[in-house]
Design a protein around this ligand. Sequence first.
Ligand code: NAG
Ligand code: NAG
Ligand code: NAG
Length: 298
Amino acid sequence: MGCTGWRLLWLACLVSTFLQYGAVRVTVRESALEVVRGDSVTLPCSFFTMMPLFRLSIIWTLTPVSDPDSPTQVIVYDQGQVIESPSFMGRVGFAGMPWSADIILNSTWVSDAGVYRCVVSNPPETGDPGIGELSLTVLAPPSLPVCLWEGDTDAGGNVRLSCGVVEGFPTPKVIWEKLEPDKTTLPVNMDDDMTGSVHIANVSAQTSGLYRCSVTNPLGTQHCYINLSVYTPPDNSPGILQGVLLSLSMALLLLALMVLVLWLHRSAQESKWRISHEDDECYNEIKYTPSLIKRSFV
Ligand SMILES: *[C@@H]1O[C@H](CO)[C@@H](O)[C@H](O)[C@H]1NC(C)=O
Ligand SMILES: *[C@@H]1O[C@H](CO)[C@@H](O)[C@H](O)[C@H]1NC(C)=O
Ligand SMILES: *[C@@H]1O[C@H](CO)[C@@H](O)[C@H](O)[C@H]1NC(C)=O
């Protein structure tokens, strides 16, 4: 009996200790995760609690890399109810409830990258809620870059070729090359992380050609092109002379045609005049005939 009494006392002591100092303990198996955009990822969060799980509450939040000042909720579990945030609707779910707070994130977006926190509390367990933290990196191949040119493509002018890419992680490397007539790599100035440009001063006929921008990261490469043609003013007159000669010969041909048409017209009129006179004679004869016939009937 004495032994049982001691054991009860020990248990009561233990329970009161947990009630006083007890808190949900949270562990995160991996603190840094990587996923390729579009793939699924499991964000781990395990917890340990002494209390039954009737009032278990789990809140997952995200502090996005793109907007660190506005943390958002991802998914909430509260006494058996699951609430997904609009931007994660249909893509997020608990995996292993109620024994773990792990979540699966499906069809990941680039904007899902950031620091995730799982906050677990289980009243009446007192103390601070358990918090786990992990970072998620979303890798993405470069998007199709946009090639633009600006400047003066007359000989002697300055031209700037720029190549901008909107998406891609790790940040894509920008390379500018001239493909024709000879393949050469051009020095690139990075205007920002995602835009690389090339400056060409004093352009000449040799500057004309096909230019290609390549944006590359470990997940892929994309290209865009610019076909540059430098205008060089003609330095001699053969072109003009040829033009004048061509116009002259055209004019002569036109004149000859007009003469021909006029001649044809006139000869046609002459023959028509002749025919109409012959017609007149015929008509008279015919006109005369019916009167004769009429008379014979009367
Ligand atoms: C995520 O994808 C897996 C596998 O396709 C599926 O079993 C799970 O239900 C999906 N979760 C959500 C929340 O859509
Ligand atoms: C521009 O190029 C032409 C020939 O390509 C050269 O004669 C001229 O000196 C150049 N001008 C400048 C300002 O570099
Ligand atoms: C570039 O432009 C030139 C002249 O406009 C043309 O002859 C050539 O075919 C073009 N090249 C490409 C690849 O579009």
